[in-house]
Design a protein around this ligand. Structure first.
Ligand SMILES: Cc1ncc(COP(=O)(O)O)c(C=O)c1O
Length: 383
C-alpha cells in the first residue's frame, strides 16, 4: 500500500536491535534504563518499549505526566526549573524527582518528602560535538558543581543525575568521566542510593564496546553501593524511524534542487539547529557547504523543504539515478528529537505518524488535520 506523504514511520522491527542492547546492558551491568521522553514521546510505541526499559525520565511537568500515564514503571521527574505551582503535581506522578540546582532543592524539596529526591551534578567534564548541547559549557546553568555543595548535602538527597554527553560513542571518554566523578564527588557517593549518568551515550551502536561499558558500570555501582541509571533517548530510537517525503518540484540554480513536501525547521528541526546532513536512503550525503556541486559528475541534488525559509535545506546528495517529480525520498534515521519538535510553521501539512508493530501490522498513529493547525494557533475561551 502506498501511503500519503509526508509521514514518519516508527518501525518496531528496526527499533528491536537497540532495545535488545538496552536489555543486555541492564542484565550485565545492573544499571536500569529509563527512556528520555524529550527525545521520543510517541506513545504508540510504548507497549513495545516497556518490555525493555524500566520507565521514563522527563524534562517538565507534562512529560512527567505522560510518562506516568502512558509508559508506567519508574517515573523520574527532572526540570531545569520547576514553578511553585507545578511541583506538587510533578511529585504526584513520579518516584524520583531531580532538582537542577541547590536553590530549587531548598525552595521546593519539601514537596518531595515522600519520594526519592535527587540533585543534578555538574562534574565539569563531558563530551559533546556541539557547544549548543554541551551541559558543561562555561557559565552552564545545568547542575550543581562540587565546590558549591554544602557539607550536609548527603543528608538531603538520596540520588544524583549527571548528564554531560551528547552522541558520545567514545567509551574511553565516558570511562574517564567516571574517574573525575569519583574524585569530585567522592565524599557524597557513599551517601547516595542511586546515580544516573543521563543520556547521550551511544551504547546501542553495534561498534560500542559493550562488555567494557557493562563492566565499568557494574564496578562503579558495586564500589559505591549505588543503583546506576542510564537515560537513553537517541540511543533507544536510533535507526527506528523514517521520514518519507515526496518530490513536488525540481528547480535549477547551478544545481538541481528537489523541493519536497516537508521542511527542515518544521519536521527535522535538529538538522537546522546543528547543521548536519541526515542520512537519505539509497543516496550518498555530500558536504552541506560544498561549493562545487554544479560541476560534479553524477546525479547530484540539493534536497530542500517547502517552507519559506531560504535555508530550508536537508542536504546535498549523490543519487544513483535521476530523480523525478513524484518520487518518494526516505530519511531513515530520524526518530530522535523530530516528532517531539515538529511544528506548524507556514501551515504546511504536518506528517502523519505510522507505527509498524513487530508483528508487521501497520497502524496510523496520528493524522494531523487542518483543524489541529487551526486550534494550535488560537483556541479562545472566556476567562
Ligand atoms: C538530562 C537528560 N537526560 C537524557 C537526555 C537524552 O539524551 P540523548 O537523547 O542524547 O540520549 C538528555 C538530552 O538532552 C538530557 O538532557
Amino acid at each position: 500500500m502506498r501511503l500519503s506523504t509526508p509521514y514518519y514511520l516508527i518501525d518496531e522491527a528496526r527499533m528491536l536491535p537497540a532495545m535488545e542492547r538496552i536489555r543486555l546492558v541492564q542484565e550485565r551491568s545492573g544499571a536500569k534504563c529509563v527512556l528520555a521522553l524529550k527525545c521520543f514521546s510517541s506513545w504508540c510505541a510504548f507497549d513495545f518499549m516497556r518490555q525493555y526499559l524500566v520507565g521514563t525520565t522527563s524534562s517538565s511537568l507534562w512529560e512527567t505526566r505522560l510518562g506516568h500515564e502512558k509508559f508506567g514503571g519508574e517515573t523520574h521527574g527532572y526540570s531545569v526549573a520547576y514553578a511553585d505551582d507545578e511541583i506538587a503535581e510533578v511529585v504526584s506522578y513520579c518516584d524520583k524527582v531531580i532538582f537542577n540546582s541547590l536553590g530549587q532543592l531548598d525552595r521546593l524539596g519539601h514537596h518531595a518528602a515522600h519520594i526519592s529526591v535527587g540533585l543534578r551534578l555538574n562534574p565539569e567534564v563531558g563530551h559533546s560535538g556541539y557547544e549548543l548541547s554541551n551541559p558543561i559549557c562555561q557559565y552552564s546553568r545545568l547542575g550543581a558543581r562540587a565546590q558549591n555543595l554544602p557539607d550536609n548535602i548527603g543528608d538531603r538527597i538520596q540520588g544524583a543525575m549527571i548528564h554531560v554527553n551528547c552522541d558520545n560513542d567514545d567509551f574511553g571518554s565516558f570511562s574517564s568521566q567516571l574517574d573525575v566523578v569519583e574524585k569530585r564527588f567522592g565524599a557524597l557517593l557513599p551517601q547516595l542510593k542511586w546515580l544516573s549518568f543521563g543520556g547521550g551515550i551511544a551504547f546501542t551502536n553495534e561498534s560500542y564496546p559493550i562488555d567494557d561499558f557493562c563492566r565499568r558500570l557494574r564496578d562503579f555501582s558495586e564500589r559505591h553501593s549505588l543503583q546506576i541509571y542510564l537515560e537513553p533517548g537517541e540511543a533507544a530510537v536510533t535507526d527506528s524511524t523514517s521520514l518519507v517525503v515526496k518530490v513536488l518540484d525540481i528547480v535549477e540554480n547551478e544545481v538541481p534542487t528537489l523541493v519536497v513536501d516537508a521542511g527542515v525547521e518544521t519536521h527535522l528541526l535538529d538538522v537546522l539547529t546543528y547543521n548536519f546532513t541526515p542520512e537519505l536512503f539509497e543516496s550518498e550525503p555530500l558536504a552541506k557547504d560544498a561549493k562545487d556541486l554544479g560541476s560534479r559528475p553524477g546525479h547530484i541534488y540539493r534536497v530542500c523543504g517547502r517552507t519559506c525559509l531560504a535555508g530550508d535545506h536537508f542536504g546535498n546528495y549523490a543519487f544513483p539515478r535521476p530523480v523525478a517529480i513524484g518520487d518518494e525520498l526516505r530519511f531513515p534515521n530520524v526518530g530522535g528529537y523530530s516528532m517531539v519538535k515538529k511544528n506548524f510553521f507556514n501551515g504546511i501539512k504536518m506528517p502523519a505518524i505510522y507505527h509498524r508493530k513487530l508483528s508487521g501490522e501497520l497502524r496510523l498513529a496520528q493524522q494531523p488535520t487542518y483543524e489541529d493547525f487551526r486550534e494550535a494557533l488560537t483556541h479562545t475561551h472566556l476567562v
